[in-house]
Ligand binder design. Structure first.
Ligand SMILES: Nc1ncnc2c1ncn2[C@@H]1O[C@H](COP(=O)(O)OP(=O)(O)OC[C@H]2O[C@@H]([n+]3cccc(C(=O)O)c3)[C@H](O)[C@@H]2O)[C@@H](O)[C@H]1O
Ligand SMILES: Nc1ncnc2c1ncn2[C@@H]1O[C@H](COP(=O)(O)OP(=O)(O)OP(=O)(O)O)[C@@H](O)[C@H]1O
Ligand SMILES: NC(=O)CC[C@H](N)C(=O)O
Length: 842
């Protein structure tokens, strides 16, 4: 099926084609736009789209594409259920199509939601010379991480088929066009062919670019809404490079950038690749709202590259065709139009930001978007002089550096936003520190438990970054609150050091922490009044991702803020960031902040020194929390699997016994379970970490748990018993065979290698087979060597039984261990309970 998508192309274009036929060029100049859109801000979104079209045209591009859902903004979420959203998108589209910013002859597409026959799709809408030429719906939705696309959109499932889309009445009248093709089609121009895969379609194993490129589509266009996560930027670049390397052709990747109203920060990095090399790319982090990246390539280079890929050509020869929308248009500029337009050369190596730079830049840009869009006048931060609140303060300072730099480079949008925030229409910042003094208000809120060192560190950091700093005491407020309690109950809690029980000790800590939160909001509301400036300040939070995971924070203390730039970042990464900032931003005090042991300073000092450290309090190190966090979320480990993996590693390293590992895993899960409720009120945090426990979108789990995990912990105990038995048997074997055995046996027990046999395929005595199924249970034995050495030396090869089990022995071993250990104990107690309740023996 072919569509004459441009049958009524304008006179200008017809003349252009005639001329081009005489002086045909092969170099196509294209533009990918990176836009900082804002969900539901149709006004601003249209302006930014038009600006990008204008810039693309000014740079000689004949084709412009942009990010996913750029008309509405990506993060509209349940607004995608509202008919208004679709209507406003069409209104915006008509405005864009009819704008004088769109030059005649230019092929343009925008991303927006479209409802067709009562089904909502996430689409690219391509237009040319005032007409919609194709609506291409997304065919593979994204639902992982923070994405929830199938909640609003359906994938287009009719492969290589189109239907007629009926334009809304007002749009049809405005454009003089009743229908447009919608579906899985491509656009054929007079000189090349172009097709779409939208964001996730590139990430999916059945990427659409494969079939399209085999069917002769030379330019693949991807409009994306891909958000930042630490250490992720290289993935998109690799995917684009690989797609165009394997399939040949040009790959145009256009991404959103910035905070469009949610916790995520879209990652920029728009790029153009040709035949496996990146030829143009945009920035990952920046304050500019519109960035247009232009690249040019020779269509003959695509044909030569593909033709030389012989295996590709033979597959392509039988590839099914796509419906093509035919346009009377040449994308390649004629030589006379753009004499000497050179094809872009491959860029050198793509240098990615290190994680510490990503922390310095990403949250800073996100905060800028949040601040200017919230209409507030700056930030208020309770600054303790510890790693976390210092990191937050330095991120604001980094934001100020970016603002000053952008204004210096002539970014008028940033300058105007800055003036609006500060309510000063003439303002030009003198330096980052000077701007910081106006935007960031820090406050040390000391108690009798605060040390001189932290107080001084907070003051020194404030002086070095330039924030407006105050040092206040809050003991009066704390004792007033305790006084009320005492008046009401006649009791006054005491610290542990003064003979109080843990409950009293904890309550006395939490009242200090919560009082700080109340004061933080008071100061945030009134500090600009004190300075005779309008508006208020946003309260910043500083709880890191590990504290959230472990629940090591007081609910509704200073962790409850308006926004938290470090809530998705681990303590380990924050330390890296601080080391980087110390040098990069010239902040010598940071060395002391990093070196000090993290402490809450909520318990009395002992002889004037800190008596409480975070890691001791938590019973876990920050490094362990990162490891547990990754296993829980990224590796999808429950307590049992986490134990198995960590025990295997610990035994291999010889640094911990399985029992110690079991104790720590159980402690972690207990703490996680009793504190999970805190995640329901977690301050909105910049999303950066793939193991974030954020309950809002990213990590959907219950918040009421059976915190002693009886069933799961019993499985760990059974496993411990099993390992102990193996250990005992191993020692027995060693004692028996001693040096004569010369170590373990080779695979299949056939040799006498001095290495413990690792991939044993069955003990010689028992004939058991190690199947390819590698459960976590098997891995424990593999990496600890316990199972395999036992197999070889003992000649029995049974697991858990020491007998001559046959195939499948591992499973049998597991079952036996459970029934001999925890499971049978539990089982009899259940039977007892049932009997008690029913009176009937079971
Ligand atoms: N399942 C559940 N669903 C809903 N709510 C639940 C709940 N379980 C307890 N609760 C409630 O939660 C409240 C207890 O939580 P909360 O008041 O936060 O108190 P809690 O978690 O008991 O104690 C605060 C923890 O944070 C530590 N801390 C304190 C201060 C600073 C720092 C630091 O970051 O350096 C750490 C402190 O050592 C302690 O471990 C109670 O009201 C309790 O009834
Ligand atoms: N003495 C203090 N002055 C001002 N704010 C404080 C003080 N103590 C704690 N806070 C605030 O409460 C937050 C949580 O306190 P907590 O003691 O848990 O610190 P933390 O999470 O370890 O962070 P940090 O590394 O900044 O101390 C801090 O990040 C900080 O914003
Ligand atoms: N919007 C999307 O389809 C997202 C795709 C992809 N998984 C990403 O993280 O970028």
């Amino acid at each position: 099926m072919e569509h004459q998508g441009d049958s009524s192309s304008s006179r200008t274009n017809a003349q252009h084609s005639k001329k081009a036929r005489r002086t045909m060029g092969h170099t196509v100049q294209v533009a990918v736009a990176t836009l900082n859109q804002w969900a539901m801000d149709f006004e601003g979104n249209v302006e930014r789209i038009l600006l990008s079209i204008r810039l693309a045209a000014a740079n000689g591009a004949t084709y412009r594409t942009g990010p996913e859902l750029e008309v509405s903004g990506y993060s509209c979420e349940d607004h995608f259920h509202e008919p208004d959203t679709y209507m406003h998108c069409w209104e915006a589209l008509v405005e864009i199509i009819q704008s004088p910013c769109c030059p005649p002859g230019m092929l343009i597409d925008v991303g927006m939601p479209v409802q067709h026959r009562n089904v909502a799709y996430n689409c690219r809408v391509a237009f040319h010379n005032g007409r919609v030429v194709l609506i291409r719906p997304k065919m593979t939705m994204c639902d992982d991480g923070n994405y929830r696309e199938t909640r609003w959109f359906s994938p287009w499932t009719k492969e290589r088929q189109t239907e007629e889309y009926q334009l809304p009445r007002f749009a049809a009248q405005a454009l003089g066009q009743e229908t447009a093709p919608i579906g899985d089609a491509v656009i054929a121009t007079l000189d090349t062919c172009l097709g779409y895969e939208i964001c996730e379609e590139l990430w999916n194993p059945r990427s659409k670019h494969i079939d399209m490129s085999l069917a002769g589509v030379e330019i693949i266009v991807n409009g994306s809404g891909s958000y930042m996560q630490l250490r992720k930027a290289h993935i998109t670049a690799d995917l684009i490079r690989n797609a165009s390397y394997k399939a040949g052709g040009a790959y145009l990747f256009s991404n959103m950038r910035g905070c469009d109203g949610q916790r995520v920060y879209f990652n920029g990095c728009s790029a153009i690749a040709l035949n496996g090399s990146i030829i143009a790319r945009g920035r990952q982090f920046a304050l500019s709202e519109v960035e247009v990246t232009v690249g040019s390539f020779d269509l003959h280079d695509i044909r030569a590259y593909r033709g030389a890929l012989r295996s590709r050509s033979s597959v392509a020869a039988s590839a099914p065709a796509y419906p093509r929308v035919q346009l009377q248009l040449e994308l390649a500029a004629s030589d006379r139009d753009h004499p000497g337009t050179p094809a872009s050369s491959p860029l050198g190596e793509w240098v990615y930001h290190r994680p510490e730079e990503e922390i310095a830049l990403g949250p800073a840009c996100w905060l800028w978007d949040y601040l200017r869009r919230s209409g507030q006048g700056g930030f208020f931060l309770p600054l303790s002089g510890g790693v976390d609140s210092s990191s937050t303060a330095i991120i604001v300072h980094s934001m100020c550096r970016l603002v000053v730099e952008a204004i210096g480079q002539g970014d008028r949008q940033v300058r105007d936003d800055c003036r609006k925030i500060l309510a000063d229409p003439e303002y030009v910042p003198a330096s980052a520190a000077e701007l910081c003094g106006r935007l960031l208000f820090t406050c040390y809120m000391g108690t009798e438990n605060s040390s001189r060192e932290t107080r001084q560190r907070a003051a020194a950091l404030a002086a070095q970054i330039g924030s407006s700093h105050q040092d206040i005491g809050i003991d009066g407020a704390v004792s007033a609150l305790l006084g009320i309690f005492q008046l009401a109950t006649g009791m006054r809690p005491r610290f542990r050091a003064a003979g109080g029980c843990p409950r009293q000790n904890l309550a006395l800590q939490n009242i200090q922490a919560r009082t700080r939160m109340v004061l933080a909001y008071l100061f945030a509301q009134l500090m600009l009044w004190v300075r005779q400036r309008p508006g208020g300040l946003l309260v910043l939070g500083s709880a890191n991702v590990d504290e959230a995971l472990r629940g090591y924070m007081t609910k509704y203390d200073c962790s409850s803020a308006d926004v938290n730039p470090i809530g998705g970042i681990s303590k380990m990464d924050l330390r890296r960031f601080l080391a980087y900032a110390q040098v990069e931003f010239g902040l010598p005090i940071v060395a002391e902040i990093v070196a000090a042991p993290p402490t809450a300073e909520l318990e009395p000092l002992v002889d004037g020194a800190i008596a409480q450290t975070d890691e001791e309090d938590m019973g876990l190190t920050y490094q362990e929390l990162s490891e547990f966090g990754r296993l829980r979320k990224q590796a999808f480990c429950g307590p049992f699997s986490m134990f198995c993996k960590l025990a295997a590693a610990a035994v291999a390293d010889g640094n911990r016994s399985p029992r110690e590992v079991a104790d720590r895993v159980k402690h972690f899960f207990r703490c996680y379970a009793i504190n999970r409720h805190k995640m329901t009120v977690l301050t909105p945090s910049y999303h950066a970490e793939s193991y974030s426990p954020d309950d809002n979108r990213f990590d959907h789990r219950p918040f009421l748990y059976r915190a002693n995990w009886t069933w799961q912990f019993r499985a760990i105990d059974a496993e411990l018993e099993l390992l102990a038995k193996h250990q005992a048997r191993l020692e027995e074997e060693r004692a028996k065979d001693g040096a004569a055995a010369g170590g373990g046996v080779a695979p299949n027990g056939a040799g006498s290698s001095s290495e413990p046999a690792f991939f044993a395929a069955g003990g010689n005595g028992g004939g058991g087979h190690m199947t390819t199924a590698t459960s976590a249970y098997q891995l424990v034995r593999q990496s600890s060597g316990l199972y395999l050495t036992g197999v070889g030396g003992g000649g029995g090869g049974g697991v858990g039984t020491g007998g001559a089990d046959g195939p499948g022995q591992l499973t049998v071993g597991l079952t036996k261990s459970h029934s001999s250990g925890g499971y049978s104990r539990m089982h009899s107690s259940v039977l007892g309970k049932i009997k008690d309740r029913t009176g009937v023996p079971v």
